[in-house]
Write a protein that binds this ligand. Structure first.
Ligand code: HEC
Length: 165
């Protein structure tokens, strides 16, 4: 029994010594190596996780600015004038890649840019299908950019980016 215990301790010291030696070695040849503990910078355009607080603020803005009167979001809003936004993320990706979009005045290359453009400059590209037929141009409110605060806009876009991902 006591023998085993002694051995275990011995092994532990050996491992510790090796580890120390190893890290010393690593430090020794570290040189220009970047800090290994630093996470790589997240891409700014398409954040993968939108904080809950932003989602909550975005939902509030969606209702405050009357978006829910025209747009449906499954489990949250039931408007039926404009296109449903339940699967906005994937739909936006398809739209951006379409020849219709490329030949329009739309300039977005990311989903975030597309959503921003849809809100601030709705006629740059008019979506084809709305719930009751072809989407009408000029129905989506034209002057949101004068009504919406910058921080509400950011939250709204952050929230809408989570739909259909
Ligand atoms: C009076 C009705 C109406 C209101 C209010 C409205 N929209 Fe729209 N929206 C539309 C219509 C119609 C379209 C489709 C025509 C177009 O693309 O301009 C549209 C298109 C969109 C699109 C593009 C959807 C897609 O599938 O590509 C987004 C995103 C959008 N609206 C977001 C919003 C947000 C956010 C608000 C609130 C700040 C809002 N809308 C308020 C009618 C409305």
């Amino acid at each position: 029994m006591s023998n085993t215990k002694h051995n275990t301790i011995g092994i532990r010291y050996a491992v510790l010594a090796m580890a120390t030696g190893l890290s010393l070695l690593l430090v020794g040849c570290g040189g220009s190596e970047p800090e290994p503990t630093k996470a790589p910078a997240a891409p700014a355009a398409e954040p993968t996780k939108v904080p809950d607080s932003v989602v909550e603020k975005g939902k509030a803005a969606f209702n405050q600015y009357g978006c829910q009167a025209c747009h449906a979001i499954q489990g949250f809003a039931e408007g039926a004038v404009g296109p449903a936004l339940t699967n906005l993320y994937v739909n936006a990706q398809k739209t951006i890649a379409s020849s219709e979009y490329k030949s329009s005045a739309g300039k977005a290359t990311t989903v975030e840019e597309y959503i921003r453009e849809s809100i601030l400059n709705p006629n740059a590209f008019v979506v084809a299908q709305c719930p009751t037929g072809p989407c009408p141009q000029g129905v989506m409110i034209q002057n949101f950019k004068d009504q919406i605060s910058e921080s509400d806009l950011e939250a709204l876009i952050g929230y809408l980016m989570t739909l259909g991902r």
